[in-house]
Design a protein around this ligand. Structure first.
Ligand code: TYC
Length: 104
């Protein structure tokens, strides 16, 4: 079926389009809370999301003031891994910091 199925050109085109399509992307967001220290959030943004200290501080303050904010946009598996890493590090350090992902 699909790419190598003579007489099924429509199907072949569909399969090829699927293969060539960009993967769906997911925003990873951080949520504000009243307990996680600001410097811990900055460290998370630097370690997990590869932000500079300036950019991490800016994102952290934006989350603090707005309630949530985007840390980055990734494919599903990478977004899930980063969200899981945030939760693991927060739990290990006894903080309620939460992260969510949403489809672009
Ligand atoms: N609101 C926290 C405080 O005042 C700081 C904070 C910022 C917490 C961003 C979580 O995602 C967050 N210590």
């Amino acid at each position: 079926m699909g790419l190598n199925d003579p007489g099924r050109e429509d199907q072949a085109v569909t399969d090829q389009d699927t293969l060539l399509a960009e993967p769906p992307m997911y925003r990873v967001l951080l949520m504000n809370d009243d307990y996680t220290p600001m410097d811990f959030v900055v460290e998370i943004l630097m370690r997990v999301f590869n932000k500079s200290v300036e950019s991490a501080t800016q994102i952290m303050m934006s989350v603090h003031n707005q309630g949530s904010g985007v840390c980055g946009v990734y494919t599903y598996e990478i977004a899930e891994t980063k969200t899981g890493t945030v939760h693991r590090l927060a739990e290990e350090n006894g903080y309620p910091l939460r992260s969510t992902m949403e489809k672009e």
